[in-house]
Design a protein around this ligand. Structure first.
Ligand SMILES: [Zn+2]
Length: 293
């Protein structure tokens, strides 16, 4: 079987938790990098949140030195639809200045941009203005087509850590691994059907404890089923270019893979049973995060 090509990215560098939170830990970025290096992943783009990285630049420098890339994920991680285009673009420029200072785009490295939450801004004028300004800064959009859903497990994991419940932490880690592996398999099957045979997935996880503990193991388990390719290759495929240029879609592009009739029905069921918690299972994180409301 031919290996499924994936461009791997990690969001919210250097930490998925904000400074001031007891779980803010920029050193986690180093441990994720070490896991990638140990498992032989040579290409990875980290999307940086400016205000969380400004006073913690060393992990970002080491990331670049290891041959990985940095992309812009705005200054304060606002959802574009919730703030005006001007405020949003100020955040884009703030992070851009930091990345330039770090030399993130030196030596022919390409500039990538990722909207927080996949949110491209309010439909219409604002979205177009944001899109134009980001292109003028020299950025290429890097939409997510393969969501590893690690963020669904951060809160239960941290809660278990704070109560020193090691058994529950182990169960959460195992559940996350099963889910992430299933997400890759499902995306491989459906991606080609949805976007065409040449399509290359862009996978995303975050600089949180699940990536820190499980990304290396996940890569090892995927083994020869997956080949980790540079993001530059993925965004050059015609299907991906169409996807990135499509301003009508908002949110994570990978969610388009779950618009099948059966999944739509399950999502609806999940919404209507939210109070029962069938799809939430908050103590361990969800079994089926791609169907969670
Ligand atoms: Zn993010």
């Amino acid at each position: 079987m031919e290996a499924m090509p994936i461009a791997l990215t990690v969001d919210d560098a250097p930490s998925v938790f904000a400074p001031g939170s007891p779980d803010f830990d920029p050193g986690r970025m180093d441990r994720v990098r070490e896991a990638l290096q140990e498992t032989g992943v040579r290409h990875c783009v980290a999307f940086v949140i400016g205000e969380r990285a400004r006073d913690h630049r060393e992990p970002l420098r080491r990331w670049l030195e290891a041959g990985y890339e940095l992309g812009n994920h705005t200054e304060a991680h606002f959802a574009a639809s919730r703030v005006g285009a001007d405020a949003y673009l100020e955040g884009v420029r703030g992070c851009h200045a930091l990345l330039n200072e770090l030399g993130a785009f030196d030596g022919g490295r390409r500039a990538y941009f990722r909207h927080p939450f996949g949110d491209r801004g309010a439909a219409g004028g604002a979205r177009e203005a944001i899109d134009r300004a980001i292109a003028q800064l020299g950025y290429t959009h890097a939409d997510v087509t393969l969501n590893l859903h690690d963020y669904c497990y951060e809160a239960p994991f941290i809660a278990a850590a704070h109560t020193a419940d090691a058994a529950r932490q182990t169960r959460i880690r195992a559940r996350y691994r099963r889910v992430a592996d299933a997400c890759v398999a499902r995306a491989g099957k459906r991606g080609a059907a949805h976007w065409g045979a040449q399509f290359m997935h862009v996978a995303a996880c975050h600089f949180g404890p699940l990536s820190e503990h499980e990304l290396g193991g996940l890569v090892r388990d995927l083994g020869s089923r997956v080949a980790f390719r540079p993001l530059a290759e993925a965004i050059e495929t015609p299907a991906y270019r169409r996807l990135a240029a499509d301003l009508s879609h908002n949110g994570i592009a990978g969610d388009l893979l779950h618009r099948r009739l059966r999944d739509r029905a399950l999502r609806k069921l999940a919404r209507s049973t939210r109070r029962l918690g069938l799809f939430q299972q908050s103590r361990l994180g969800p079994c089926w995060p791609h169907l969670a409301p």
